[in-house]
Design a protein around this ligand. Structure first.
Ligand SMILES: [Zn+2]
Ligand SMILES: [Zn+2]
Length: 432
């Protein structure tokens, strides 16, 4: 079974007892919801009355007034709205902690709510109320991209992240840091039944990581056209997206992986973190790329690692990596990445620090060495389901830390500073 780390650090808001809920218990509770749903809480098409099993208020993490500072507050008094026609109410089982949610909770950015904003865009759960009986007890996901039009220029190109008519969690739809969401059915992604399978040895918490981080990682690897035996450098390898990228590069794409991350972070790696599943060689990131002496030393480490992973003859240090998957907490992590790849190499950007950050590569380098630079976003439902299937088969084993809803504020703050390891997921309905 995939390891789930229990968070041991203190919570920001003391939870009620009993606090911890076993994964199997929660799965059972969700399945019970499904059975209850089948047995008669489906609303008639004429009436949207509240059913007996839907409470009036719920626990949630919200930003009362969206401003320049992160202000996430835990409450147990957020009203629950019964569904209108074409809507359903979903009981959220798990949702992911994603750095983007910190950004969504600041501003407010155009289109986002300015008050009582609930973030969260990586939720999985089960439909517990609907006017359409056929939708009851369906397992679903709420992702950043809710609905797309399917017919605009970008949808037809397969670039759904740029759809001109898209709806988003937590923009037009309230996010998943709450126990129940009421949204149009069309904004949800149906999931296979085995995600909440009664006999599954894998917790639904682990599948949650596929919704955003896992799919974004897969999309970046596909963008790089990785071949078996390639050497791939993944910067920020101990974080959510990049640890998925490392394990998929190794296990699925049969590449050799050099993981980069801050030295201080590597020194604090939890003992249970299975680094061998994620990278072949770890190298501490160079924090001063514009100082020539430490940069040269860093490049020599990369050169030696590439040679070792390729099994080339002794002292042949001519080749660098084939691909760099780039993300970092500071602008320095994006500088001089062209030095890390061999001619014809790819640099794929999957994230950026907040604020101004530019990529600079000399034009003659780009041309003469035929490099490829590409941005890559979160991917679509196909990537999500593919990653879930690899988790189900045991091919990949994400590192998951399991927290409660009152802990969202602190972990989201940590994710801004890239202090979290692997994927952090929230037991939204594991806490009562
Ligand atoms: Zn995300
Ligand atoms: Zn579209």
């Amino acid at each position: 079974m995939t390891a789930i780390h229990q968070a041991t650090s203190p919570t920001t808001v003391p939870p009620k007892e009993p606090f911890r809920v076993q994964v199997t218990d929660l799965t059972e509770s969700i399945l019970n919801d499904a059975v209850t749903a089948v047995n008669g809480v489906c609303l008639s098409t004429e009436s949207a009355d509240r059913s007996a099993n839907l409470p009036y208020t719920q626990a949630a993490v919200l930003t009362p007034i969206v401003g320049k500072e992160l202000d996430l507050q835990y409450t147990e008094n957020l009203p629950i709205r019964p569904p209108d026609k074409d809507e359903v109410t979903v009981k959220i089982a798990w949702t992911g902690i994603c750095r983007s949610d910190a950004c969504f909770s600041l501003g407010p950015e155009p289109g986002f709510p300015s008050h009582d904003h609930v973030a969260g865009h990586e939720g999985i759960g089960i439909v517990v109320q609907s006017h359409d009986k056929s939708l009851m007890h369906r397992p679903v996901a709420a992702r950043y991209i809710g609905s797309t039009c399917g017919f605009c220029h970008y949808c037809l190109k397969g670039l759904i992240e740029s759809c001109l008519n898209q709806t988003n969690f937590p923009k037009q739809h309230r996010g998943t840091y709450e126990q129940y969401i009421t949204v149009p059915w069309s904004a949800l992604m149906p999931l296979p039944d085995w995600v909440f399978g009664e006999n599954s040895k894998i917790s639904p918490a682990v599948y949650t990581g596929a919704l955003c981080s896992g799919s974004a990682a897969l999309k970046s690897l596909r963008a790089a056209n990785i071949r078996p035996g390639d050497v791939v450098i993944i910067s920020g390898i101990l974080g959510a997206i990049r640890h998925f990228a490392g394990m998929m590069a190794k296990r699925v794409f049969q590449a050799r992986v050099i993981g980069l991350d801050w030295d201080w972070k590597y020194q604090r790696l939890p003992a249970s973190f299975a680094g061998e599943n994620i990278f072949d060689i770890f190298i501490s990131a160079c924090t001063t790329p514009n100082d020539q002496i430490p940069w040269d030393k860093f490049l020599n480490s990369i050169r030696r690692a590439c040679s070792e992973l390729r099994g080339t003859k002794a002292n042949d240090y001519s080749l660098m990596a084939d691909t760099v998957i780039a993300n970092a907490s500071s602008t320095s992590g994006f500088e001089r990445l062209d030095d890390l790849v061999s001619d014809g190499g790819s640099i794929i950007y999957v994230g950026a620090p907040r604020g101004e950050c530019s990529v600079k590569v000399p034009l003659l380098t780009l041309l003469g060495r035929q490099l490829r630079l590409q941005g890559s976003l979160m991917g679509g439902p196909e990537e999500v389901l593919q990653v879930m299937d690899w988790i189900r088969s045991g091919l990949i084993k994400p590192e998951v830390t399991d927290i409660s809803l009152p802990e969202v504020s602190r972990y989201l703050g940590d994710s801004v500073d890239f202090k979290t390891f692997g994927k952090v997921v929230v037991r939204v309905n594991g806490y009562q």
